[in-house]
Design a protein around this ligand. Structure first.
Ligand code: UD1
Length: 329
């Protein structure tokens, strides 16, 4: 297939681009480098030894998007491009709603106009809110605590309504749990700007000596050791989930959890990192972070049953590959 990948230079987009090329698909990447770097494009080519088409555009721009659709025969779209910093979304709600919703609308409109009938959307487990674990695709969604989370929930509704009104338009909504790690080459990975908000990139910065110590947000949750439990998933497993989703995509709306189905606490993740990489991670326990939930992990059986996909890599692979990328090979 010829697949348009928006946000293909970003963290999950770049890994998925590698998996798509390796599976034999052709890709067109559209990215404005708002939270990524041009090197990612070069490194995708280097890893796969394949070429790709690249457009530096903003996917909220209808004219630029139309140009791509009019120039190329596109079979499907995987839409990653979007803002994703939870804290920032609280202070800049309009930027988040505009960017994340308009991009979804513009791309859906172009799909209908050019009869592109496959759309895969990057959603997040955040849409489950504080439901009971494990999270299941048909659970009622609960409000998220921030505009970022709301943009994911609203985009899901926009795509669902569009598919209802246009029976040929097939949509796959992928709810990611906590993607971590990097491609084993160490050439692409997660490089957040400034001080990382998420746990794994924070740990790798501490390991590198760029940050003094990890602050563990609360140890009084009702979990195995009191710290927050999440379903960490290796980014290459997540990438392969997208390939399965677009290859199997058929009419209608399909929602899949992409997670491992296993929960790991903050302290368990720190311990695994220390053991596998032989580096001590100093930490202190501080107050809970507002908006955090105690536990979040997937019931990942639907993706296994319908897509034939399961996560293959374990926590040891995740901490090893995250560190390999951060330290540079
Ligand atoms: C966060 C977002 C979520 C988003 C996801 C994207 C929040 C509240 N949620 O999920 O909406 O989809 O990122 O990857 O930001 N932790 C520490 N110290 C740190 C950082 C994190 O103890 O410096 C703990 C957290 O309390 C949590 C766990 O580590 O228990 C994971 O946190 P994080 O990596 O930020 O992911 P989520 O909060 O699950």
């Amino acid at each position: 297939m010829n697949i348009l990948v928006t946000g293909g230079a970003g963290y999950i987009g770049s890994h998925t681009s590698v998996s798509l090329l390796e599976a034999g698909h052709n890709i067109i990447i559209a990215d404005n480098f708002s939270n990524s770097k041009p090197e990612a494009i070069e490194n995708i080519k280097k890893i796969t030894k394949r070429d790709l088409i690249f457009y530096e555009i903003d996917v909220t721009n209808e004219k630029s998007v139309d140009e791509i659709f009019s120039k190329h025969k596109i079979d499907g779209v995987i839409h990653f491009a979007g803002f994703k910093a939870v804290g920032e979304s609280v202070s800049k709600p309009l930027e988040y709603y505009y960017n994340n919703l308009v991009s979804t609308i513009v791309l859906s409109k172009a799909c209908l106009k050019y009869k592109v009938n496959k759309f895969v959307f990057s959603s997040s487990a955040t849409v489950y809110g504080d439901n009971k674990v494990p999270f299941l695709e048909d659970m009622e969604l609960l409000p998220t605590t921030n505009p970022y989370g709301e943009t994911k929930a609203i985009s899901e509704r926009i795509l669902t309504d569009t598919a209802k009104a246009n029976p040929d338009f097939a949509v796959s909504i992928l709810r990611y749990f906590n993607p971590v790690g990097a491609h084993h080459s160490g050439l692409i990975g997660e490089s957040p700007r400034g001080i990382p908000n998420n746990l794994m990139p924070y740990i790798t910065k501490v390991a590198k000596g760029e940050l003094e110590k990890l602050r563990v947000f609360g140890n009084d949750y009702p979990t195995i050791d009191g710290t927050g439990v999440r379903d960490y998933i290796h980014v290459m497993d997540l990438a392969e989930g997208h390939v399965a989703a677009i290859e199997k995509l058929d009419k209608g709306v399909h929602i899949y959890n992409l997670g491992t189905g296993r929960g790991t606490s903050v302290l368990q993740l720190v311990e695994a990192f220390e053991k596998v990489n032989g580096i001590k991670i100093p930490y202190e326990i501080v107050q809970r972070r507002p908006g955090d939930i105690a536990e979040c992990y997937a019931d990942a059986s639907k993706a296994k049953k319908e897509l034939g996909w399961t996560a293959k890599r374990n926590i040891e692979d995740m901490v090893r590959d995250a560190w390999r990328f951060e330290k540079g090979v």
